[in-house]
Every structure is written in C-alpha cells, then in structure tokens.
Design a protein. Structure first.
Ligand code: AMP
Length: 286
C-alpha cells in the first residue's frame, strides 16, 4: 500500500491512475477504523480498480474544541488494517496540507436547508465543516466513486447535494450500516461507553425496528413520541427521533407518497452521543 502525506503527490498519483483508465474509489474517514469503515473499503475494492482511503480528523466540523482534541487517533493501527485488507493507497495529511494558508477559500454552497435539521440543530456549523473538507478532499483526490456510510444519513444526503450543486463528476455510494451483535451501529465512540450504557445502547436498534412495525398502524408523530418514551424507559437520553423524507430530510406529519421514509435518531448514552437511522420504506438511490 502506498501512503501519502502530500496533497500534490496524491493528486499526481490519482491522475496517473485515471489517465491509465483505472477507476478510482475513495473512502474518506477520520481514522480509528473499525469494521464499519472496512466494509466500505471492501466494497470499494470489489467495485473499483483502485481503493484509496483518507485518514483526516477534520478540525472544521467539530463544534466543540474538546471533542476535536479527544478524538481517538490510531494511525499506525489504521494503516495496518488498510494494508491487511488490500487497500491500494492511504492519504494521511496534516491540517496544513488540507487547509494551506495561501489557498483561496472555497465558495459557500446553498445547502437548501439540508444542514439545518436533525444533526444541524444540535451541532451548529458541523455540516459547513463537512462540506468544506469534502470539497477540499475531492479536489485533492479526483476519484470516480465516493463510498460513504448510511449511518450518517444526513451527511451522505448533503455531500450528494454538494456534488450535484458543483457539477462534480463523481458518484456517491451509500453503504449499509455495520452493526454489533445486539444491533448497535459500529462507531469509534462505542469504546467510550460504560458497561451499563453499552448494554442500554442496543435499545437504539430495537426501537428503530419497532418504528418499522409501528409504521403499519401509527402516524409518524405518534411513532416519534413512542420511540422517545421507549428510549427514555431504557435509561437513554434521546436528543431527537424523527421520521423524515430520506431525500429532502423534511419531517413527515402524515403518511403520504414519499419515495423514501427514514427514521433518524440521536441519543445520549451517559456521556456518549450516538446516532443511527433505519429506512422504514422505499429504496435509497443508488
Ligand atoms: P468517520 O471516520 O466517522 O468519519 O466515518 C467514515 C465513513 O465511515 C463515513 O462515511 C461513515 O458513514 C462510515 N461509517 C462509520 N460507521 C459505520 C458503520 N457502522 N457502518 C458503515 N459505515 C460506517
């Protein structure tokens, strides 16, 4: 596996692959890799000629400085995992490499309110940071296909919107969420859960499944209220549980003819904030 720290060098390398007719897949990550990340890497390896992974803890998407400082950094182990899985290249830049002082600012993009709901309500500025870094990374890595996780539903929706707004020639593939045995979505944050909170956290997956069943009888708002109660009853502190149109991210008041209906939730388990979602009906594209 080739490892790059320099943005210019990796751009050159990607361009040589592209000129040689190779399809380049890109998996952006913030490191502390787990099997969820690796599922994206494996899919990329299966579908593209080249799989390139970035490991970059993006400072602009953290609204709390202490979260940025506390973010786990396990670069050596991450690179080993990528190597073992057959990844072709890793990009491990410094902050200056992605945000060079002399570089022009990227223009803002109209996110059509997609960044204001769900996570956006609780993490102001978070998606501006995500869009900023994704523009920069896609500029450095002119890939054919981008692999991102469904676990971050809103993030994939916003990045897809950005790609369309900017007329970028890249397609985004939204990959299914990998889960622990009890259904808890894999996340580097799970390591920080106490034993009791770890046990309680399995409820998030159970309530999402329950929401699917409730959808046969209850109205969206009733499901949201029941889910909040269910989570609280299990000793968790839900921040939101929302039933949304999976494309526009708008809340659904009455069942109608939405193409895609998704339940999204953010929950505190002790000091750890967890997010998850589940498609209640419809098929995501692609
Ligand atoms: P992160 O390092 O948290 O920024 O995540 C990098 C990518 O991995 C994002 O596209 C995430 O959506 C994806 N990802 C994180 N956790 C999972 C999971 N449990 N299953 C599938 N993809 C995931």
């Amino acid at each position: 596996m080739e490892t790059f720290k320099s943005a210019n060098k990796i751009t050159d390398r990607v361009n040589t692959w592209r000129v040689a007719g190779k399809k380049v897949g890109f998996v952006p990550t913030m490191g502390a890799l787990h099997d969820g990340h690796l599922s994206l890497v494996r899919r990329c390896l299966n579908e593209q000629d080249i799989c390139l992974v970035s490991i970059f803890v993006n400072p602009t998407q953290f609204n709390e400085k202490k979260d940025l400082e506390a973010y786990p950094r396990t670069e050596h182990r991450d690179l080993e995992m990528l190597r073992e899985n057959g990844c072709h290249a890793a990009f491990v830049p410094s902050v200056n490499e992605v945000y060079p002082k002399d570089q022009r600012e990227y223009g803002t993009i109209d996110l059509a309110g997609l960044d204001k709901t769900l996570e956006g309500e609780f993490r102001p500025g978070h998606f501006e940071g995500v869009v900023e870094v994704m523009q920069r990374l896609l500029h450095i890595i002119p890939c054919n296909v981008l692999y991102m996780g469904q676990k971050d539903w809103q993030q994939t929706t916003i990045v897809n919107h950005m790609i369309r707004q900017m007329d970028m020639e890249v397609s985004l593939i939204r990959c299914p969420t990998q889960r622990e045995k009890d259904g808890l979505a894999m996340s580097s944050r799970n390591e920080r859960l106490s034993k009791e909170d770890r046990k309680r956290s399995g409820t998030i997956y159970r309530v999402l499944n329950q929401a699917r069943l409730w959808a046969e009888k209850k109205k969206p708002r009733e499901i949201e209220a029941s889910a909040i109660e269910y989570l609280r009853g299990a000793g968790l502190t839900p921040e939101y549980f929302k039933i949304i149109d999976g494309d526009t991210l708008e809340g659904i008041n009455e069942w109608g003819n939405e193409r895609l209906v998704v339940a999204c939730t953010a929950v505190w388990a002790g000091q750890v904030r967890l997010i998850d979602n589940m498609i209640l009906s419809g098929q995501p594209q692609p």
